[in-house]
Design a protein around this ligand. Structure first.
Ligand code: FE2
Length: 389
């Protein structure tokens, strides 16, 4: 990338640089606690150094000297203001340095959209990837009609994709009431005048025991929905939530939501009932999902950068057979007792804001943009794997 005259890059350009494996130095100038909580990472490794903005203010010379020369420096902060200042300082000293426009806020709200290859002429699957958070949503299109699965907070990403690709959204599904991110499902469905589907168990906040404040269509096991020439079948898989669902499209594409990921499985405790839900989680995974044919294509709701799940074309999916073979045996091969014991003894930290995010997803709490973005700060921790932390 010719950057010598550039003073800033966009988050899309940064994503492309990381995907291409370009070498650069990421200079993060946020405070130590922000840096520890959430960093930029990607499929290809790159060097990151952390020198807080205030250190440059306190001792400019000494801290500039800590930045190695010889490669492009990309400076990042929370919103793109202080990193712009630092990138400027560096350029004045002869560095090739650019600012990341919009900082971590822009990175957190950035989406990469890819089409899943080889789905035949009758079906198109778009994977909408919220790169920084590890969230995956889908638009599944047949004969001009599309269903959205697990659309994230920024509804315009989905409506502009529909416009660009020339399809019509006819229904919106959430696999479950998400704890890690805000769904645009209910709002967008209302706006478009199309049905929004959720399992009724997930229409109740598991901790408040209060019902959702909006209308929705009820999902159930073996539910079917036709769009274009395609058929979506619902599979009720309680465990991560009580109303957790997977969707099987054309008996081949399995949208697993938070159940089976490419590496790891979903955690059972985000409703505050890990002990009680772990056994039913096991039953759902083993009796309803792992029994499907090995060639079934798994399209999950999350991915982990650190576990190298990404493909060269920027997508995240695999066959059920590969997933069974490649997962550590604790996740997908043990007895029920071993599974429960392993699950409950390795639960990652429970982010306190997840209780509020579930409230938002039930319409029980209505945040403004600032609050919504604060709730969604950082990566999701819906999986039971270090790689997802
Ligand atoms: Fe999740």
């Amino acid at each position: 990338m010719a950057t010598s005259t550039k003073t800033a890059i966009t988050v899309a350009e940064l994503d492309e640089m990381i995907e291409q494996g370009n070498q650069f130095l990421l200079l993060d100038v946020r405070n130590a606690d922000e840096f520890e909580r959430w960093k930029i990472e990607g499929r290809h490794p790159f060097e990151t150094i952390h020198i807080p903005y205030f250190a440059f203010l306190e001792n400019e010379e000494e801290n500039i000297a800590r930045v190695p020369k010889g490669q492009l420096v990309v400076a990042v902060c929370a919103k793109g203001g202080s990193s712009d200042y630092v990138a400027n300082l560096l350029r004045e000293r002869g560095y090739e340095a650019v600012n990341l426009e919009g900082g971590m806020i822009a990175w957190g709200n950035y989406y990469r959209t890819r089409r899943i290859p080889d789905t035949g002429t009758d079906l198109a699957i778009y994977q909408i990837i919220r790169v920084a958070r590890g969230d995956l949503a889908y638009a599944v299109v047949s004969n001009g009609e599309a269903v959205l699965i697990d659309p994230t907070r920024h509804a315009e990403v989905y409506t502009s994709l529909a416009e660009r690709e020339g399809f019509k959204i006819v229904a919106i599904f959430d696999t479950h009431a998400h704890a890690d991110h805000i769904s645009s499902g209910p709002r967008l469905a209302k706006e478009l005048g199309v049905p929004y589907f959720l399992h009724p168990y997930d229409g109740i906040h598991p901790i408040d025991m209060l019902p959702a404040t909006f209308e929705y269509e009820h999902l159930k096991d073996n539910f079917t929905f036709k769009f274009g020439n395609a058929t979506l079948k619902g599979i009720h898989i309680p465990g991560h939530t009580l109303g957790n669902m997977a969707f099987l499209v054309n008996d081949r594409y399995l949208f697993t939501g938070d159940s089976i990921f490419i590496v790891s499985v979903a955690r059972p405790d985000l409703g505050g009932r890990g002990q009680e839900w772990a056994p039913i989680h096991y039953e759902s995974l083993y009796k309803k999902l792992l029994v499907l044919p090995d060639e079934t294509v798994v399209l999950p709701a999350h991915f982990a950068m650190a576990s190298k799940e990404g493909r060269a074309d920027g997508t995240f999916y695999d066959t059920l057979g590969n997933i069974k073979r490649n997962n550590p045996k604790e996740y997908l091969a043990p007895s029920k007792e071993a599974f429960i014991e392993f699950m409950l003894s390795t639960l990652p930290v429970f982010p306190p804001q997840y209780v509020d995010i579930k409230r938002v997803n039930g319409g029980l709490l209505v945040p403004d943009e600032e609050k919504a973005s604060e709730l969604e700060l950082g990566k999701n921790v819906c999986a039971l794997a270090d790689a997802y932390n």
